[in-house]
Ligand binder design. Structure first.
Ligand code: 5AD
Ligand code: SF4
Length: 448
């Protein structure tokens, strides 16, 4: 009998990438092989995102393409996983005839069962949310590589009024610290060099008496040659202890993703973000004192209900004050079921777009300005491989998550740490000259 072959396409955030690896772990244990592409598989799963309407539209578009595969090979199973599965439930199966199964983020253990049923022609829906599921006993299936995502908690209890995540991913729950440390040990043995701890709001991580700072410290202590990153931090919960922990470990990256969303206190309140601009700025200031050279990125939404031109200018003003190294910027998209959905979406589309463009333009200028200050500085880089534009050049990232490109030499391979001196920058890339290769595995002082 030929083996069943599975193919998963992942949309949306890093959490979904990590979940796809959990799903692959589950399916490999059941004897499934991984297919390289949709055409070569008999089970096609889309791990979906609902955070904005355009994410969902892309997935509907993809389902349209998959129809052709199903027409050619009617026994192909097509399944929807992730946030769209959770949000739309039965509707997906009823409206899209080609969909055989719909499984939400807390029911992946039952996937083999749903797939078996689908092979017998029974369509299945598994969308119960759990208060306890963390998949902490499942080893995710990962391709070999340097960087790994590791989810340390699931769900979100913040209920920002624009956000569908608390409805699609359920209540907040943390994985045990020991299971996370054990997984990092495995990743270390496999040669991974960078691990990003993931959660919707990692700062509320808790396992008995351990908080997120304890988890970070424990993670960083496993292998000093592995860089530890984390995302996402909510500005209300970022503790001093966490800042000191970052500062105290050379292999915890000096980089914090700290979503602002809006620079107007009135809008922040309507968003239920639970902090003010003043609190946010004070936090940035404090982080910069405790962690010299720390870099920041953020998320910004333009055109939230009732946002005026003055509110928008306040956002631009905060961006100027903070001088983010990078930003993810979005137009507000109303999501059914959220509190903001009941507010009128009263900022016209063209105004949202114009404001978003202003935000993007300003951030580009700021990124360039911030990067220019790095000319002449020495940056330690974890080498990832050939640069995107030329294989005569290598590329890697700084501790602060910036891409550095430098000329290739034969004695450097992916996974090495090198020191570079920056001589030219754009808003997105630093160009450096190789100074030296930092000595082998353990005990590298990454900030040297
Ligand atoms: N519309 C636009 N952006 C959104 N985000 C979350 N929900 C919405 C929405 N309804 C953005 C926020 C969040 C990021 C992951 O996505 O900025 O931080
Ligand atoms: Fe959504 Fe807010 Fe939770 Fe982030 S913190 S996932 S934006 S509800």
């Amino acid at each position: 009998m030929t083996k069943n072959k599975i193919y998963i396409e992942t949309y949306g955030c890093q959490m979904n990438l990590a979940d796809t690896e959990v799903v692959l772990g589950i399916m490999k244990n059941k004897g499934f092989e991984l297919a390289e592409n949709a055409e070569d598989s008999n089970v096609i799963l889309l791990n979906t995102c609902s955070v904005r309407d355009n994410a969902e539209q892309r997935i509907y578009g993809r389902l349209g393409n998959l129809k052709k595969i199903k027409q050619k090979k009617p026994y192909t199973i097509i399944g929807i996983l992730g946030c769209m599965a959770e949000r739309l439930k039965r509707e997906l199966i009823e409206d899209k005839k080609i969909v055989d199964l719909v499984v939400g983020p807390d029911e992946y253990r039952r996937l083999p069962e749903f797939i078996d049923d689908a092979f017998s022609g029974i369509k299945g829906i598994g969308v119960k949310l759990s208060r306890t599921e963390t998949y902490d006993d499942i080893l995710p299936y990962r391709e070999e590589g340097l960087s790994a995502w590791l989810s340390v908690m699931r769900g979100c209890d913040k209920f920002c009024t624009f956000c569908v995540v608390p409805f699609t991913r359920g209540r907040e729950r943390s994985r045990s610290l020991n299971s996370i440390v054990d997984e990092i040990k495995i990743l270390s043995q496999k040669g991974f060099k960078e691990i990003t701890l993931l959660g919707q709001n990692v700062n509320s991580y808790r396992d008995d008496n351990n908080d997120f700072a304890d988890l970070l410290a424990a993670s960083a202590s496993v292998d000093n040659s592995i860089r530890i990153r984390f995302t996402t931090s909510h500005p209300q919960d970022l503790s001093d202890k966490l800042l000191f922990t970052i500062a105290g470990h050379s292999n915890i990256c000096n980089y914090i993703h700290l979503p602002l969303q809006s620079g107007s206190n009135r809008i922040l309140e309507l968003m239920n973000r639970t902090y003010t601009v003043e609190h946010y700025l004070a936090l940035i200031e404090k982080a910069r004192q405790i962690i010299p050279g720390v870099s920041f990125s953020t998320d910004i939404i333009s055109g939230f209900p009732t946002e005026t031109y003055e509110d928008h200018v306040m956002t631009l003003d905060i961006m100027q004050k903070v001088k983010y190294d990078g930003a993810y910027m979005f137009k507000y998209s109303p999501r059914e079921g959220t509190k903001a959905y009941r507010m009128e979406d009263d900022v016209p589309e063209e105004v949202k777009a114009k404001r978003l463009n202003e935000i993007i333009d300003l951030q580009q200028q700021i990124s360039f300005e911030v990067n220019q200050k790095l000319i002449g500085s020495i940056e330690p880089v974890l080498v990832e491989g050939a640069s995107k534009k030329s294989n005569q050049f290598l590329a890697g990232k700084t501790d602060t998550n910036k891409v550095v490109v430098f000329e290739k030499t034969n004695n450097i391979k992916p996974g090495d740490y090198v020191k570079t001196k920056i001589f030219r920058v754009t808003s997105a890339t630093l160009f450096g000259e190789l100074i030296e290769i930092l000595p082998g595995k353990n005990k590298i002082n990454l900030t040297a």
